[in-house]
Design a protein around this ligand. Structure first.
Ligand SMILES: [Zn+2]
Length: 257
């Protein structure tokens, strides 16, 4: 067997295992609970999950059929979905970056985006315990890896600064808080990992995604403007797309000039 033929099964297994851990982060970080202690429990009856209840996707579908072994309380579909999405992201990243050090950095970044997406979706919250260390880890990796420390530092300032200015201007103008501080720190983290060029790509992609989904919701609800998908979810989607395809998007855009 060649080393390349092992890459796909390895990424699939790593993706499922990390997805399982991300579920723990998504569940516990907003509650400010410890990530390793105690073991996973059923929120309904407190039954402590055994190792065989904890096999990604398989346990949910085959063993438990979406219910707790003891009290039959339904288990959120979020668990297998997060595991499958994380697996897909690992395989995609392996395809784009190959077996390189940059793959490791971008996988850490992708895991953070999955967690931020899920927590923002459910709690409208982008926790500092992810974004602030994220800025530090992103800058540290950019010392050795693309985009390089100069682009990364500009990315932090541009990413954080632009959103901060928009939020501040909106606040002065309307007297309401428009953009949360979490969005500012999240975009600074994106800048630290991806550099300022891909921050711009992220902003464009997340605005387009936000507008399209916003229009769709307005169309479905016949003019009801009150839809509340938080901006961090779109930032996460835009940043993942920028990380995977941003360089090609920039090259395509530049080719018109
Ligand atoms: Zn239970």
């Amino acid at each position: 067997m060649s080393p390349e033929s092992l890459q796909l099964p390895l990424l699939v297994m790593l993706g499922l295992a990390f997805g399982s851990f991300l579920n723990v982060c998504i569940h516990r970080i907003p509650l400010e609970q410890s990530l390793n202690n105690p073991g996973s429990r059923c929120p309904g009856c407190g039954y402590e999950l055994r190792w065989f209840d904890n096999i990604p996707v398989l346990s949910y579908v085959v063993l438990l059929r979406g219910r707790c072994r003891k009290c039959r309380a339904p288990i959120s579909l979020r668990y297998p979905i997060v595991e499958l999405i994380t697996m897909g992201l690992f395989v995609l990243h392996g395809d784009v970056f190959g077996w390189t050090p940059l793959l490791a950095a971008r996988l850490i970044f992708a895991c953070a985006m999955v967690v931020l997406f899920a927590i923002d979706l459910e709690h409208h919250l982008l926790p500092n315990v992810i974004t602030l260390p994220g800025i530090a880890v992103g800058l540290a990796s950019s010392l050795f890896l693309p985009p390089g420390i100069r682009d990364a530092l500009i990315g932090v300032l541009a990413g954080g600064g632009v959103l901060w200015l928009i939020g501040e201007a909106y606040f002065r103008y309307s007297g309401q808080e428009g953009m949360g501080g979490g969005d500012v720190k999240m975009l600074a983290m994106i800048g630290a990992f991806l550099g300022w060029k891909l921050v711009l790509v992220t902003l464009v992609l997340s605005s387009v995604a936000g507008s399209l989904i916003g229009l769709l919701v307005i169309a479905i609800r016949r003019g009801g403007m009150k839809y509340a998908l938080p901006y961090g979810t779109f930032l996460a989607l835009g940043a993942l797309a920028a990380s995977l395809a941003g360089d090609r998007i920039i090259a395509w855009y530049v080719s018109f000039y």
